[in-house]
Design a protein around this ligand. Structure first.
Ligand SMILES: Cc1cc2nc3c(=O)[nH]c(=O)nc-3n(C[C@H](O)[C@H](O)[C@H](O)COP(=O)(O)OP(=O)(O)OC[C@H]3O[C@@H](n4cnc5c(N)ncnc54)[C@H](O)[C@@H]3O)c2cc1C
Length: 360
């Protein structure tokens, strides 16, 4: 997802770009995520990342319109706000504390997220009855969602339409660097360029290390469920329940620290479905048609790493959870930074060196 967004932005700017993509059996968070363009839960402990997520959400409408315009793919982007549903008083109290902490952290920028009541929530969803278990929600006007598979397809297609070259099943095994030129060694041969961008999700760490950047990534599984298609009833997304443009309800997602296993398990599926049914009891009669597990790409603080190597100038690392949310800003500002050297404000906050403060 990161690579596709940045490559799209580069080729749109007229930069000759080759995207080398891995094999079908690679872990690909881009193909199994929840599709939220989400701001309200981002950036605890790193305000620049909270601002960055909001900035990306702001760029999203123009980005979505441009993608549809040049590829003909409608990606079903919505930006009318989103809610985190809260079941029980304890969840409401906990969320109030989090909102107070984020408001304090954000200072003059403001956090822009508020607790709303059961009645307020119901007013957003006139076509489906809210469960009694729902005691409130946090609402953020910057949140939204998109069809993530259509997004990926549109970015790939826009990349190629703009002159970009794409090679699939082309895993980069290692990288050489000599005389200002990087060479990616793959089973399909060697590819050389003066700049190389590493945006390989779970495949990033050893490649980053070879250009002098320590990019610590850990896996976390999330399971997602999808129902048969029914009449549209959810005009805005919730963090654990959203309705796709095609009509299926999507429920998610767990947070399981179990390594690189992208399977599914009945107990987790039951928990996810139970919470969705408590939120909207009428969903108890809707059939589940599919579920899957997918492995998140998490940095230690769950915020992004963007960094150019000091030892190997011209080599860049870009990785994070929230690649859907950040697709717009990756396509716009990150690609511009790589193409022109023009850094977004306070960009050094995203350096992986923040994880090594104690060591230094
Ligand atoms: C369950 C779940 C729900 C999520 N929900 C959301 C959400 O609602 N909103 C949101 O913003 N984000 C969400 N995400 C996160 C989002 O999907 C990821 O942040 C994003 O996909 C990460 O992009 P990436 O490019 O770093 O990794 P990936 O999308 O995993 O892509 C990595 C790519 O690198 C390739 N690759 C790997 N190694 C190599 C190599 N050596 N050589 C060449 N190519 C290589 C792979 O083939 C793959 O194409 C979710 C993730 C999960 C798992």
């Amino acid at each position: 997802m990161f690579g596709a967004a940045i490559a799209y932005g580069l080729s749109r700017a007229g930069v000759d770009t080759l995207m080398l993509d891995g094999h079908d059996n690679n872990l690909r968070a881009a193909r199994g995520n929840f599709g939220l363009v989400w701001v309200q839960s981002k950036g605890k402990g790193l305000q620049r990342y909270a601002d960055w997520s909001r900035e990306s959400a702001r760029l999203w409408s123009g980005f979505a319109a441009e993608l549809t315009d040049i590829t003909g793919v409608s990606i079903a982007h919505r930006n009318d706000g989103g809610m985190m549903l809260l079941l029980g008083d304890e969840e409401v109290e906990k969320r109030k504390i989090e909102i107070a902490e984020m408001s304090k952290q954000s200072g003059a920028t403001g956090y822009d997220c508020e607790i709303i009541t059961h009645a307020d929530i119901q007013a957003y969803f006139p076509d489906i009855k809210l469960g009694k278990a729902v005691t409130g929600a946090s609402f953020c006007p910057h949140d939204g969602d998109v069809n993530p598979l259509k997004l990926l397809r549109a970015m790939h297609s826009g990349f190629v339409n703009s002159g970009g070259r794409y090679k699939s099943r082309c895993t980069v095994n290692n990288i050489d660097h000599a005389n200002g030129v990087f060479t990616a060694n793959t089973q399909q041969g060697q590819f050389s360029a003066p700049k190389i961008i590493l945006a390989a999700g779970h495949g990033i760490s050893h490649l980053a290390e070879s250009v002098g950047i320590d990019a610590p990534i850990r896996p976390q599984r999330g399971q997602v469920l999808i129902t048969e298609r029914i009449q549209q009833a959810l005009p805005i997304p919730l963090n654990g329940v959203r309705q796709t443009d095609e009509g299926g309800f999507q429920f998610g997602s767990s947070e399981e620290d179990i390594g690189f296993d992208d399977g599914t398990s009945l107990d987790v599926v039951q928990n996810i479905a139970s919470r969705a049914v408590q939120s909207f009891p009428q969903l108890s009669t809707v059939r589940l048609v599919r579920n899957w597990g997918c492995v998140r790409v998490l940095t230690p603080d769950k915020c992004a790493i963007y960094e150019e190597s000091i030892s190997h100038p011209g080599a860049y690392v870009a990785t994070s959870h929230s690649g859907v949310t950040l697709a717009a800003i990756n396509a716009r500002l990150v690609s511009k930074w790589i193409a022109t050297g023009e850094q977004p404000t306070d960009f050094n906050h995203f350096s992986a060196s923040r994880f090594h403060v104690q060591a230094t």
